[in-house]
Design a protein around this ligand. Structure first.
Ligand code: C2E
Ligand code: MG
Ligand code: MG
Ligand code: MG
Length: 288
Protein backbone atom coordinates (compact mmCIF):
# COMPACT_ATOMS: atom_id res chain seq x y z
CA UNK A 1 0.00 0.00 0.00
CA UNK A 2 1.42 3.32 -1.02
CA UNK A 3 1.71 5.94 1.66
CA UNK A 4 0.03 9.29 1.26
CA UNK A 5 2.08 12.18 -0.02
CA UNK A 6 2.85 14.93 2.43
CA UNK A 7 1.99 18.55 1.82
CA UNK A 8 4.98 20.15 3.47
CA UNK A 9 4.22 23.74 2.61
CA UNK A 10 1.06 23.77 4.72
CA UNK A 11 2.74 22.18 7.72
CA UNK A 12 4.74 23.57 10.59
CA UNK A 13 6.52 21.51 13.18
CA UNK A 14 4.08 22.22 16.01
CA UNK A 15 0.84 22.02 14.09
CA UNK A 16 1.08 18.34 13.46
CA UNK A 17 0.08 17.45 17.02
CA UNK A 18 -3.14 19.48 16.97
CA UNK A 19 -5.22 17.19 14.79
CA UNK A 20 -7.97 15.35 16.65
CA UNK A 21 -8.66 11.65 16.26
CA UNK A 22 -10.85 10.92 13.27
CA UNK A 23 -10.56 14.43 11.93
CA UNK A 24 -8.44 13.55 8.97
CA UNK A 25 -7.15 10.17 7.97
CA UNK A 26 -4.00 11.54 6.36
CA UNK A 27 -2.99 13.51 9.41
CA UNK A 28 -3.71 10.55 11.63
CA UNK A 29 -1.48 8.40 9.50
CA UNK A 30 1.28 10.98 9.79
CA UNK A 31 0.92 11.06 13.56
CA UNK A 32 1.07 7.30 13.63
CA UNK A 33 4.18 7.22 11.45
CA UNK A 34 5.97 9.72 13.70
CA UNK A 35 5.00 7.70 16.72
CA UNK A 36 6.22 4.47 15.16
CA UNK A 37 9.42 6.16 14.01
CA UNK A 38 10.05 7.31 17.57
CA UNK A 39 9.58 3.74 18.81
CA UNK A 40 11.77 2.32 16.05
CA UNK A 41 14.56 4.71 17.06
CA UNK A 42 14.35 3.73 20.72
CA UNK A 43 14.04 0.00 20.00
CA UNK A 44 16.91 0.01 17.44
CA UNK A 45 15.69 -3.45 16.41
CA UNK A 46 16.64 -3.40 12.74
CA UNK A 47 13.53 -1.67 11.36
CA UNK A 48 15.77 1.29 10.69
CA UNK A 49 19.04 0.60 8.97
CA UNK A 50 21.63 2.37 6.90
CA UNK A 51 22.53 1.68 3.30
CA UNK A 52 25.66 2.86 1.54
CA UNK A 53 25.94 4.01 -2.06
CA UNK A 54 29.43 4.14 -3.60
CA UNK A 55 30.80 7.33 -5.11
CA UNK A 56 33.24 6.51 -7.90
CA UNK A 57 36.41 8.61 -7.98
CA UNK A 58 36.65 9.48 -11.70
CA UNK A 59 40.29 10.50 -11.45
CA UNK A 60 41.62 7.13 -10.29
CA UNK A 61 38.55 4.84 -10.72
CA UNK A 62 38.68 3.96 -7.01
CA UNK A 63 35.77 3.67 -4.60
CA UNK A 64 36.92 5.76 -1.66
CA UNK A 65 33.64 7.36 -0.54
CA UNK A 66 30.06 6.31 0.09
CA UNK A 67 26.88 8.19 0.90
CA UNK A 68 24.87 6.77 3.78
CA UNK A 69 21.12 6.62 3.16
CA UNK A 70 18.59 5.54 5.77
CA UNK A 71 15.94 2.87 5.21
CA UNK A 72 12.86 1.99 7.24
CA UNK A 73 10.77 -1.15 7.08
CA UNK A 74 7.85 -0.86 9.48
CA UNK A 75 6.84 -3.79 11.70
CA UNK A 76 3.77 -4.26 9.47
CA UNK A 77 6.12 -4.88 6.53
CA UNK A 78 5.57 -1.53 4.75
CA UNK A 79 8.57 0.33 3.44
CA UNK A 80 8.41 4.04 4.16
CA UNK A 81 10.41 6.22 1.80
CA UNK A 82 13.02 8.46 3.44
CA UNK A 83 11.60 11.45 1.55
CA UNK A 84 8.39 10.97 3.53
CA UNK A 85 9.65 10.08 6.99
CA UNK A 86 12.60 12.48 7.00
CA UNK A 87 10.12 15.21 6.18
CA UNK A 88 7.86 14.11 9.05
CA UNK A 89 10.84 13.83 11.37
CA UNK A 90 11.81 17.40 10.45
CA UNK A 91 8.30 18.68 11.08
CA UNK A 92 8.03 16.95 14.45
CA UNK A 93 11.55 17.74 15.66
CA UNK A 94 12.40 14.03 15.83
CA UNK A 95 15.09 14.62 13.21
CA UNK A 96 17.64 15.59 15.88
CA UNK A 97 17.33 12.21 17.57
CA UNK A 98 17.20 10.42 14.22
CA UNK A 99 20.40 12.12 13.03
CA UNK A 100 22.14 11.18 16.28
CA UNK A 101 21.25 7.57 15.56
CA UNK A 102 22.48 7.91 11.96
CA UNK A 103 25.75 9.52 13.07
CA UNK A 104 26.40 6.77 15.64
CA UNK A 105 25.54 4.00 13.17
CA UNK A 106 27.60 5.34 10.28
CA UNK A 107 30.67 6.20 12.38
CA UNK A 108 30.56 2.70 13.87
CA UNK A 109 30.44 1.28 10.33
CA UNK A 110 33.42 3.38 9.22
CA UNK A 111 35.26 2.08 12.27
CA UNK A 112 34.35 -1.52 11.36
CA UNK A 113 35.66 -0.94 7.84
CA UNK A 114 38.89 0.48 9.28
CA UNK A 115 39.37 -2.61 11.43
CA UNK A 116 38.94 -4.72 8.26
CA UNK A 117 41.69 -2.66 6.64
CA UNK A 118 39.33 -0.60 4.50
CA UNK A 119 39.60 3.20 4.58
CA UNK A 120 36.23 4.43 3.37
CA UNK A 121 34.92 7.98 3.66
CA UNK A 122 31.23 8.21 4.49
CA UNK A 123 28.77 11.04 3.96
CA UNK A 124 25.87 11.67 6.32
CA UNK A 125 22.80 13.67 5.29
CA UNK A 126 21.79 16.24 7.89
CA UNK A 127 19.00 18.79 8.17
CA UNK A 128 18.88 22.47 9.10
CA UNK A 129 17.64 21.54 12.58
CA UNK A 130 20.68 19.36 13.20
CA UNK A 131 22.97 22.25 12.41
CA UNK A 132 20.90 24.50 14.70
CA UNK A 133 21.07 21.95 17.52
CA UNK A 134 23.79 22.77 20.06
CA UNK A 135 24.24 19.08 20.78
CA UNK A 136 25.14 18.13 17.20
CA UNK A 137 28.84 19.00 17.17
CA UNK A 138 29.70 17.66 20.68
CA UNK A 139 27.82 14.43 19.91
CA UNK A 140 29.66 13.93 16.62
CA UNK A 141 33.01 14.66 18.31
CA UNK A 142 32.29 12.16 21.06
CA UNK A 143 31.17 9.44 18.65
CA UNK A 144 34.33 9.92 16.55
CA UNK A 145 36.45 9.71 19.67
CA UNK A 146 34.65 6.64 21.06
CA UNK A 147 35.09 4.81 17.76
CA UNK A 148 38.59 6.04 17.02
CA UNK A 149 37.51 7.41 13.64
CA UNK A 150 39.36 10.40 12.15
CA UNK A 151 36.99 13.29 11.36
CA UNK A 152 38.54 13.40 7.87
CA UNK A 153 36.58 10.25 7.00
CA UNK A 154 33.23 11.94 7.58
CA UNK A 155 31.38 14.28 5.23
CA UNK A 156 28.21 16.15 6.11
CA UNK A 157 25.73 16.65 3.24
CA UNK A 158 23.31 19.57 3.45
CA UNK A 159 21.01 21.08 0.86
CA UNK A 160 20.98 24.74 -0.07
CA UNK A 161 17.69 25.11 1.80
CA UNK A 162 19.23 23.65 4.96
CA UNK A 163 22.17 26.04 4.73
CA UNK A 164 20.04 29.10 4.18
CA UNK A 165 17.83 28.47 7.20
CA UNK A 166 19.45 30.28 10.10
CA UNK A 167 22.42 31.19 7.94
CA UNK A 168 24.66 32.99 10.42
CA UNK A 169 24.60 30.18 12.97
CA UNK A 170 24.71 27.58 10.22
CA UNK A 171 27.91 28.96 8.76
CA UNK A 172 29.52 29.12 12.21
CA UNK A 173 28.67 25.45 12.84
CA UNK A 174 29.91 24.42 9.41
CA UNK A 175 33.18 26.25 10.06
CA UNK A 176 33.51 24.43 13.38
CA UNK A 177 32.88 21.12 11.61
CA UNK A 178 35.54 21.96 9.04
CA UNK A 179 37.97 22.92 11.78
CA UNK A 180 37.41 19.45 13.23
CA UNK A 181 38.33 17.96 9.83
CA UNK A 182 34.82 17.01 8.68
CA UNK A 183 34.09 17.71 5.00
CA UNK A 184 31.04 19.75 4.00
CA UNK A 185 29.04 18.89 0.90
CA UNK A 186 26.32 20.98 -0.72
CA UNK A 187 23.65 18.48 -1.79
CA UNK A 188 21.11 18.83 -4.63
CA UNK A 189 23.03 21.77 -6.07
CA UNK A 190 21.30 23.68 -8.84
CA UNK A 191 17.66 23.27 -7.83
CA UNK A 192 17.68 25.50 -4.74
CA UNK A 193 18.10 29.18 -4.16
CA UNK A 194 21.82 29.59 -3.69
CA UNK A 195 22.95 32.62 -5.61
CA UNK A 196 26.48 32.54 -6.92
CA UNK A 197 27.29 35.24 -4.36
CA UNK A 198 26.20 32.99 -1.54
CA UNK A 199 28.04 30.00 -2.96
CA UNK A 200 31.21 32.02 -2.47
CA UNK A 201 30.37 32.57 1.23
CA UNK A 202 29.58 28.96 2.13
CA UNK A 203 32.41 26.99 3.76
CA UNK A 204 31.97 23.94 1.55
CA UNK A 205 34.35 21.34 0.15
CA UNK A 206 32.09 19.46 -2.22
CA UNK A 207 29.33 20.38 -4.67
CA UNK A 208 26.79 17.67 -5.53
CA UNK A 209 25.00 18.36 -8.77
CA UNK A 210 21.33 17.49 -8.37
CA UNK A 211 20.22 14.37 -10.19
CA UNK A 212 17.71 16.30 -12.35
CA UNK A 213 20.68 17.46 -14.44
CA UNK A 214 22.27 14.01 -14.54
CA UNK A 215 19.49 11.44 -15.06
CA UNK A 216 19.22 12.20 -18.81
CA UNK A 217 22.61 13.84 -19.26
CA UNK A 218 23.39 11.73 -22.34
CA UNK A 219 20.21 12.95 -24.10
CA UNK A 220 20.05 16.60 -23.15
CA UNK A 221 22.25 19.27 -24.65
CA UNK A 222 20.98 21.76 -22.04
CA UNK A 223 21.90 19.47 -19.15
CA UNK A 224 25.33 18.99 -20.68
CA UNK A 225 25.85 22.77 -20.82
CA UNK A 226 24.67 23.27 -17.24
CA UNK A 227 26.72 20.38 -15.89
CA UNK A 228 29.87 21.28 -17.75
CA UNK A 229 29.80 24.91 -16.67
CA UNK A 230 28.98 23.98 -13.08
CA UNK A 231 31.91 21.57 -12.92
CA UNK A 232 34.20 24.33 -14.22
CA UNK A 233 32.77 26.84 -11.75
CA UNK A 234 33.05 24.36 -8.87
CA UNK A 235 36.67 23.65 -9.68
CA UNK A 236 37.52 27.32 -9.98
CA UNK A 237 36.00 27.89 -6.53
CA UNK A 238 38.12 25.00 -5.22
CA UNK A 239 35.34 22.44 -4.70
CA UNK A 240 35.24 18.75 -5.42
CA UNK A 241 32.31 18.12 -7.80
CA UNK A 242 30.08 15.04 -7.53
CA UNK A 243 27.30 14.01 -9.92
CA UNK A 244 24.41 12.05 -8.37
CA UNK A 245 21.86 10.06 -10.37
CA UNK A 246 24.23 8.55 -12.96
CA UNK A 247 22.09 5.86 -14.56
CA UNK A 248 23.96 4.89 -17.72
CA UNK A 249 27.42 4.53 -19.24
CA UNK A 250 27.12 7.36 -21.81
CA UNK A 251 26.37 9.81 -18.97
CA UNK A 252 29.31 8.46 -16.98
CA UNK A 253 31.61 8.89 -19.97
CA UNK A 254 30.40 12.46 -20.48
CA UNK A 255 31.06 13.27 -16.80
CA UNK A 256 34.53 11.81 -17.11
CA UNK A 257 35.18 13.96 -20.21
CA UNK A 258 33.91 17.01 -18.34
CA UNK A 259 36.44 16.30 -15.54
CA UNK A 260 33.80 15.68 -12.91
CA UNK A 261 35.51 14.33 -9.77
CA UNK A 262 33.00 11.73 -8.57
CA UNK A 263 29.98 9.86 -9.96
CA UNK A 264 27.21 8.24 -7.94
CA UNK A 265 24.15 6.45 -9.23
CA UNK A 266 22.29 3.26 -10.11
CA UNK A 267 24.60 2.64 -13.08
CA UNK A 268 27.32 1.91 -10.55
CA UNK A 269 25.26 0.61 -7.69
CA UNK A 270 22.06 1.16 -5.74
CA UNK A 271 22.46 1.96 -2.06
CA UNK A 272 23.47 -1.32 -0.34
CA UNK A 273 23.55 -2.71 3.18
CA UNK A 274 27.06 -2.84 4.66
CA UNK A 275 27.28 -6.58 3.93
CA UNK A 276 26.14 -6.21 0.32
CA UNK A 277 28.49 -3.26 -0.11
CA UNK A 278 31.47 -5.40 0.97
CA UNK A 279 30.49 -8.06 -1.58
CA UNK A 280 29.95 -5.45 -4.28
CA UNK A 281 33.33 -3.86 -3.54
CA UNK A 282 35.03 -7.25 -3.70
CA UNK A 283 33.52 -7.88 -7.15
CA UNK A 284 34.39 -4.33 -8.27
CA UNK A 285 38.04 -4.95 -7.39
CA UNK A 286 38.04 -8.37 -9.09
CA UNK A 287 36.68 -6.99 -12.34
CA UNK A 288 39.16 -4.11 -11.97
P1 C2E B 1 19.82 12.77 -1.28
O1 C2E B 1 20.69 12.98 -0.11
O2 C2E B 1 19.92 13.75 -2.38
O3 C2E B 1 20.15 11.29 -1.78
C1 C2E B 1 20.15 10.88 -3.11
C2 C2E B 1 18.91 10.10 -3.44
O4 C2E B 1 18.98 9.70 -4.81
C3 C2E B 1 18.75 8.81 -2.64
O5 C2E B 1 17.35 8.58 -2.48
C4 C2E B 1 19.35 7.78 -3.59
O6 C2E B 1 18.89 6.45 -3.33
C5 C2E B 1 18.83 8.29 -4.92
N1 C2E B 1 19.63 7.85 -6.05
C6 C2E B 1 20.93 7.48 -6.07
N2 C2E B 1 21.33 7.15 -7.32
C7 C2E B 1 20.25 7.32 -8.12
C8 C2E B 1 20.02 7.13 -9.52
O7 C2E B 1 20.89 6.75 -10.29
N3 C2E B 1 18.77 7.42 -9.97
C9 C2E B 1 17.77 7.85 -9.15
N4 C2E B 1 16.58 8.07 -9.69
N5 C2E B 1 17.96 8.04 -7.82
C10 C2E B 1 19.19 7.77 -7.32
P2 C2E B 1 16.77 8.06 -1.09
O8 C2E B 1 17.69 7.07 -0.49
O9 C2E B 1 15.36 7.67 -1.34
O10 C2E B 1 16.80 9.36 -0.20
C11 C2E B 1 16.06 10.48 -0.53
C12 C2E B 1 16.44 11.68 0.31
O11 C2E B 1 16.10 11.44 1.68
C13 C2E B 1 17.93 11.98 0.30
O12 C2E B 1 18.27 12.72 -0.84
C14 C2E B 1 18.05 12.78 1.57
O13 C2E B 1 17.64 14.11 1.37
C15 C2E B 1 17.04 12.09 2.47
N6 C2E B 1 17.76 11.10 3.31
C16 C2E B 1 18.10 9.82 3.06
N7 C2E B 1 18.75 9.27 4.10
C17 C2E B 1 18.84 10.23 5.04
C18 C2E B 1 19.41 10.30 6.37
O14 C2E B 1 20.04 9.35 6.87
N8 C2E B 1 19.27 11.48 7.05
C19 C2E B 1 18.63 12.56 6.49
N9 C2E B 1 18.53 13.69 7.22
N10 C2E B 1 18.11 12.55 5.27
C20 C2E B 1 18.21 11.40 4.54
MG1 MG C 1 22.68 13.43 0.05
MG1 MG D 1 21.03 14.81 -3.45
MG1 MG E 1 17.88 15.58 -1.12
Amino acid sequence: RALIAVDTAAQTGEEIYYYQDGEDEEHLERLQIIDELKQALVADDGQLFMTYQPKLNLINQQIDKVESLIRWKRTNGDWVSPELFIDLAEQSGLIVELTQWVVATVVKQVSNWLSEGLTMKAAINVSAQDIADDGFLPHLKQVLLDNNVPAQLITVELTERDMIENEAKGIAVLKALKALGVMISLDDYGVGQTSLGRLKMLPIDELKLDKVFILKLDESHQDQCIVHSTITLGHQLGFCVVAEGVENQPSLTLLQDMQCDYAQGYHLSRPLTATDFSDWLGRYHEVG
